[in-house]
Design a protein around this ligand. Structure first.
Ligand code: GSH
Length: 237
């Protein structure tokens, strides 16, 4: 329900301001907002132009990265760090985070597995495989192998479950935008049958589809060649 995209349809009151870009950490939050059906306004930060390092933004997010939200319905409360944002929104709306203490802990375990594992490792795979000024085979191999190992942990977990923790949760929304970028990391998943099934289930959700079009429609992103995409990445880091 992303207010900025629907100017002609009678402005809905904005509840959440979302500062984001077309990256996995950004998609986690746009997917969550679409799943919740909350009215939000998108602020697209041009990472390659380092808008995320400007003073006004650092006051919202001292880490100078996306995503960040401002909750207009909670005295303009600011939340940064994608995992903390997912958790905050889940608590506020009472969705995608079970109330039962053990289930809730399981969701947090898998959420943190993504935040502390898949994100950093796959992020470095992207850097060394796509953006580094010189090719360092040890680094490429190290981060691709670690990303693949983490995917195998997910695959094993998903063998007996449709979602990471029985019901769809913020743990799925956190992991999916990263895993779907496996090709960009140069990781092969052909034999990870359960991981692929889980990706198909998530991809089939209309709200996930809408979330992936924020802040730039995917058809527009698809017009960029791999080389153009890599050039943009190089300017960010
Ligand atoms: N731990 C942070 C990581 C955020 C992050 O690394 N965001 C990237 C995009 S996916 C970014 O803003 N990069 C711009 C930069 O490094 O300046 C989170 O989960 O929110």
């Amino acid at each position: 329900m992303h207010a900025a995209r629907r100017p002609g349809q009678g402005e809905r009151r904005v509840m959440i301001e979302l500062y984001t870009a077309a990256t996995p950490n950004g998609y986690k939050v746009s997917i969550m907002l679409e799943e919740l059906g909350l009215p939000y306004r998108v602020h697209h930060l041009k990472l390659a132009e380092h808008e995320q390092k400007q003073d006004w933004y650092l006051q919202l997010n001292p880490n100078g990265r996306i995503p960040t939200i401002v909750d207009r319905d909670n005295d303009d409360f600011v939340v940064f760090e994608s995992g903390a944002i997912l958790y905050y929104l889940a608590e506020r709306r009472g969705r995608f985070l079970p109330s039962d203490a053990r289930r809730r802990s399981e969701v947090l375990q898998w959420l943190m597995f993504q935040i502390g594992g898949i994100g950093p490792m796959q992020g470095q795979a992207h850097v060394f495989y796509r953006y580094a000024p010189r090719r360092i085979p040890y680094a490429i191999d190290r981060y691709q192998r670690e990303t693949r190992r983490l995917y195998e942990v997910l695959d094993k977990r998903l063998r007996e479950r449709e979602y990471l923790v029985d019901e769809l949760s913020i743990a799925d929304f956190a992991a999916y935008p990263w895993v779907r970028a496996y090709r960009w990391a140069g990781v092969v998943i052909d034999d990870l049958e359960y991981l692929q099934r889980w990706m198909r289930v998530l991809r089939a959700r209309p709200a996930v589809q809408r979330g992936l079009d924020v802040p730039v429609p995917r058809e527009q992103l698809a017009q960029r060649s791999e080389q153009e995409q890599a050039e943009l990445g190089k300017r960010i880091i």
